[in-house]
Ligand binder design. Structure first.
Ligand SMILES: NC(=O)C1=CN([C@@H]2O[C@H](COP(=O)(O)OP(=O)(O)OC[C@H]3O[C@@H](n4cnc5c(N)ncnc54)[C@H](OP(=O)(O)O)[C@@H]3O)[C@@H](O)[C@H]2O)C=CC1
Ligand SMILES: O=C(O)C1=N[C@H](C(=O)O)C[C@H](O)C1
Length: 259
């Protein structure tokens, strides 16, 4: 998909710039000619020596900004939306762990500004969403469906935003009949047909692995996605920022970017 961004240098604010994803993006954007990080915002502004100014709060930002790329924490949503609304900047929100109410807040704000949100910026996961939706439609009658996700030991939210996105894609294909079960413990009854189990593993430096299991009688189908480095998410965020530049107000996601 072509972006509406032409011939100028796009001014990016990195929100959460001193986090793991913020630092990967800092490096990747520094190598892109038509994009520049004009400033960053992070709870700990002095953690790294960045080549751009870093503020402890969005309220202190002085620079002109075209697009905010956000990899921070869901608790920042109010200040992020206020910033976007005041400065008329497009928001590329890649953070996960939002409640339903927070997602509704995003939708409300998107009546005035363009807002992108996706729990996974990789091309592969967004293709996998379509595959598991189709597979679920064909297999559900005879196969039980479960999702396992694995991430590093610093991750705050579980299950991952991606696991929930995959579950929602599956459930959409099945008229939203499924009930999500978050890990099984202290159970004394067998699995019910309409359960969709979501299971989170946390350890070491695992970047992000998602496995969708279709388990039938005597056979199992597994669809896996493994992110081998954070670069894949950062390149996706850059692609989304290009797509969002100059867009009309509304909610957008990775499916729109990849169309
Ligand atoms: N959509 C996608 O493809 C991906 C999404 N993510 C999501 O992005 C988010 C960030 O991930 P990651 O970079 O690994 O996490 P990190 O914890 O490494 O980075 C988050 C950064 O944001 C900072 N921060 C937290 N709260 C605030 C605040 N109120 N104001 C300003 N800065 C704040 C953190 O500071 P401090 O450390 O001091 O709290 C930290 O520097 C997570 O929600 C994660 O799930 C991650 C990878 C891919
Ligand atoms: O926190 C992470 O690291 C990741 N979070 C996203 C999620 O919650 O799905 C995406 C990716 O798997 C990495």
């Amino acid at each position: 998909m072509e972006s509406s961004f032409r011939g100028e240098v796009m001014k990016v604010l990195l929100h959460g710039c001193n986090g793991k994803m913020g630092q990967v993006l800092t490096k990747i954007i520094s190598e892109i000619k038509d994009m520049t990080v004009v400033c960053g915002v992070d709870k700990e502004p002095l953690r790294f020596k960045n080549e751009y100014p870093v503020y402890p709060s969005l309220l202190e930002v002085k620079e002109d900004v075209d697009v905010v790329i956000d990899f921070s924490n869901h608790v920042c949503l109010n200040s992020l939306l206020d910033f976007g609304l005041n400065k008329k900047a497009a928001l590329v929100i890649c953070t996960t762990g939002f409640s339903q109410e927070e997602k509704q807040q995003m939708k409300d704000a998107s009546r005035s500004i363009p807002i992108f949100h996706s729990a996974n910026m990789s091309v592969g996961i967004n293709l996998l969403m379509a595959l598991v939706k189709e597979a679920a439609k064909k297999l559900y009658q005879d196969f039980d469906i479960e999702i396992i996700e694995k991430h590093h030991n610093q991750k705050l939210d579980s299950p991952s935003g991606t696991a929930l996105m995959l579950a929602d894609a599956i459930n959409e294909g099945l008229n939203n009949e499924l009930e999500y079960i978050y890990g099984r413990h202290s159970k004394t009854q067998k699995r019910e047909k309409r359960e969709l189990g979501l299971h989170a593993i946390r350890g070491g430096s695992i970047v992000g692995e998602h496995q969708v299991i279709f388990a039938g009688a005597g056979e199992v189908i597994e669809l896996n996605h493994n992110a081998l480095s954070r670069d894949v998410f950062a390149y996706g965020a850059v692609r989304a920022a290009r797509f969002m530049y100059g867009k009309e107000p509304g909610m957008y996601n990775m499916q729109d970017v990849l169309k």
